[in-house]
Design a protein around this ligand. Structure first.
Ligand code: UTP
Length: 296
């Protein structure tokens, strides 16, 4: 049996940093080049062999469900206009029938609460959690790298993707303490949410990709609200780490925090430059803009 079959995508947040773009449209539908953020992370999960895609949605998010459904009228039009390539691509992007599930968070009470809302769909098995506003650009996706590493970690292990940031920025993230090495991973000795620089156990931060054991759901069920009045996933992970192994994996690839405007714009530039059909024209435009800015 596969180590991880199900993936959870929390998409119920308000996306306030992207207002007014996110007033009537979910943040997760913002495109990086020509694919919505949520499609990029579903692609990553499919590459990792995930078989069931669980979305935790909220009000104004119905368009995400429509995105992962067939659009028969559009398909007919593409067929009539002999746009076979576009049609093939649409079909290829769609998960198999019956492999997507949608549940509602009802109120955005935090990431931990969003994960807990998926408990009936997750059941009692390990699951992957992918934050759709983080993209990792690499030929082998971040989750696939984590599942490769998970084979060395044993059945009851929790694994989180981590990356280095400059010390002066650790207070914006969840930070982990580094213990003994285990293959490509290391065991995690502590986790602190948004620590002051001098209290941070390292400069390695949680990136938004997790493989978690189902016991996290029991902890989330009884957890009080933490920072910002939200039910924090990190608090539940800290509690789980007392009874189960937790490992960190420094993944290969570059991450983009698409929840921030600069990260989102940088992702668009980097993904466009990696696309052979777009890169040459786009490179010319960027050069022009930079030359004009530099007065040349
Ligand atoms: P963020 O905190 O980055 O998203 O959560 P946000 O709250 O939508 O954004 P801002 O800060 O207001 O701009 C990371 C992911 O977790 C989901 C979000 O949709 C996002 O994909 N999330 C967050 C939930 O599903 N529920 C929540 O209660 C909070």
């Amino acid at each position: 049996m596969k180590l991880v079959r199900k993936a959870v995508f929390p998409v119920a947040g308000l996306g306030t940093r992207f207002l007014p773009a996110t007033k009537a449209m979910p943040k997760e539908m913002l495109p990086v080049v020509d694919r919505p953020l949520i499609q990029h992370v579903v692609d990553e999960a499919r590459q990792a062999g995930i078989e069931h895609f669980i979305f935790v949605t909220g009000r104004n998010k119905a368009v995400i469900e429509d995105h992962f459904d067939r659009q028969v009228e559009l398909e007919m039009t593409l067929l009539e206009r002999q746009k076979q390539k576009a049609l093939d691509r649409l079909r290829y992007d769609l998960p198999e029938p019956g492999t997507t599930s949608f549940t509602r968070q009802q109120e955005p009470l935090g990431l931990g609460h969003a994960v807990w809302c998926a408990r009936e769909l997750i059941g009692r098995e390990p699951f992957a959690l992918l934050l759709p506003d983080v993209l990792v650009q690499h030929e082998r996706g971040c989750l696939a790298q984590m599942i490769d590493a998970a084979r060395e970690a044993g059945e009851r292990a929790n694994i989180v993707a981590v990356e280095e940031v400059p010390r002066e920025r650790v207070d914006q993230y969840g930070v982990v303490g580094v213990g003994a090495a285990k293959g490509k991973m290391f065991s995690i000795t502590s986790m602190v949410e948004k620590p002051a620089q001098e209290r941070a156990p390292s400069n390695l931060i949680l990136t938004g990709r997790y493989i978690l054991q189902p016991e996290i759901l029991d902890l989330l069920a009884t957890q009080d609200r933490g920072a910002g009045g939200e039910i924090q996933l990190t608090d539940a992970m800290i509690a789980l780490a007392r009874t189960q192994p937790f490992y960190g994996l420094k993944f290969d690839g570059r991450s983009f925090d698409c929840g921030s405007k600069v990260g989102f714009l940088a992702a668009n530039v980097s993904y466009a430059l990696a696309r052979p059909d777009i890169a040459p024209g786009f490179r010319t435009e960027i050069k022009k803009i930079l030359a004009e800015l530099n007065g040349g």
